[in-house]
Design a protein around this ligand. Sequence first.
Ligand code: DQA
Length: 150
Amino acid sequence: MSKKPIYVLNGPNLNLLGKREPEIYGHATLDDARERTQARAKLYGLEIEFRQSNTEGEIVGWIQEAHAKACALVINAGAYTHTSVAILDAVLAADIPCVEVHLSNIFCREEFRRHSYISAASVGVICGFGVKSYELAIEALAERLNAVEK
Ligand code: DQA
């Protein structure tokens, strides 16, 4: 099994989780998401590197870094999901498995949220389960990476 971590990258406004539109995104904070994702990864003996940025270029830089330093990606690109060809290209170039996650079910919201650039470069998409979406992404990757439950 790889000793490299899974990079869990979060895009704009996700630092506001817990305060931001709680009726859509829930009451859990980004720290809660980090802790729950970490706990789930630990069950499989996996490490995570959990980050958030409000800047597209910084996220692109982290994805480029992931190519050498990570075994897989979990990405919630926030609003960049629906706009960023740069993030799509970075994920394609990273050439490691990527799972796209969203807290909300983007398919039952506004029309513009139904299209994701990231999906084209992802092995799967998990959305609609709040912070649990991150845990499910780790579970899916653990199986793919042949990580064994501890
Ligand atoms: C989101 C959905 C996006 O449409 C939105 O712009 C976000 C959060 C989600 O996790 O549900 O910022 O990615």
